[in-house]
Write a protein that binds this ligand. Sequence first.
Ligand code: ADP
Length: 488
Amino acid sequence: MKFLLYLNPIARLGTKQYSVVFPATVTLICIALLEIWAYGVVRDPNAVGLLAIAIFVILIIYFSFRDGIRGGLTTAALTIIYYFYIIYSRRYTGEQLTSGVITTLILGFVYFSLSGIIGWLRQTIDSLIEREANEKRRFLAIMQQLPVGVIVTDNKGTIEFANKNAEVILGTKIPLGFTVGNKFFVKVLESKPSPPSQSILAKTLSLGKPITHEEFVIEKRYGKKAYIEANASPIRNSRGEIIAAAEILSDVTPQKELELRKDDFINMASHELKTPLTSMKLYLTVLKKQLANHTEAKSQKILASIIYQTDRLQDLVSDLLDVSRLETGKLSFTKELLPIDTLIKDTIEELQSSIDGKTINFTSSGSLQVHADKFRLYQVLTNLITNAAKYSPNKGTIIVQLKKQKDAAVVSVQDFGIGIAKEDQKKIFDRLYQASSATVKTYPGLGMGLYISREIIKRHKGRIWVESSLGKGSTFYFSLPLHTKQSQ
Ligand code: ADP
């Protein structure tokens, strides 16, 4: 078997070990056999003619492909010497000698060209194979050094490569040759956004598009939980056909644990703060009543200030509680059918007195009914309008509009204040995010309002977004599905 592989020129592609001895030996053996056959078997020295051409053409092609230019040239040179030997040993004279020499010279030219071209072809293929192998070596070395886990499959989802980090992150050996699908080689406890019905690599292959930021929780050895973030993408060839898929894994356990601790803290702190604050507010109300007729105006003002600040503290604590309830899925909604235009009007009326120096204009395209939690919608509107006032340092107008767009009610709150930088616009709806430019530092806040608003709108099957340009102002929009007979 090994000997056959040694003879097979295709099996030797890419080796670059070209022999001269082997082609020379085989050619000489063939010459010897041909001579023995001519003199010993058929006893006609001139019988070698066509056979000598056929055999050696095959040998030259074979050795040029097997051993490159040098191998082909060796066989070609020995063949031509043999042809001259035939002319000499068969004692050609006259015309036979001339045509013999001319034919040999022509054949010599053909043989050398043949071995040159085929040999060059072979050597080029070898160089290409070597270049590709080097490329692969480089790729593998980079993959092994990456701080993330990488798993690569072919287009059928069979795992072909995994780096060391993928094994460390998943805490198990990755079975090369395993076909990904709806079976897993790790114990998946949960996954976001969808339950783990299919591996992310199988999903990216079947959808033919990248999948980003999937999170899953796995159980490692000794019952240890690990939080993994995964991204996967199909790999296509120049014709756009999928040839493979790659998955990048990151272990986000430390960040997740910190987040969980933060959630626990927010939950605990908001509950702990709520009770004393409620009592404080109660005592302050009693005190206000008792001192109503006895105290001088200055003390009355101080008391009013304390009550106002206590209200603000209560609002903050209530926001903290909402954030905590949202995280644990415990924020409940009592939905009812309500005219959103009336709700907006009432909210503006209530806020107008507390927002001094600014006028709130409201335009509406009529009465629109939505199925929503009144208090939570009021909370969203209050947050958007107070933000519009807070982030517009100069006196000015806040424009609130209600429009009907297809099957949705769209509310917009526009201000002409400081505006929001493009890079911050996506993040301001994230939990505890505040745009971090120096000017914004001067506005108090904890970055909870927009997060709560987004979650409330999301739970009403609506959408919230912002259009803004720095220094010119912002318009916040939210849309809610309109209540129709069918949606009942
Ligand atoms: P807070 O106002 O308490 O900081 P929010 O969640 O309501 O928290 O807002 C998040 C961030 O979005 C704010 O810190 C502010 O940077 C930005 N922002 C919100 N509304 C506006 C607005 N109308 N104009 C400019 N920036 C705004």
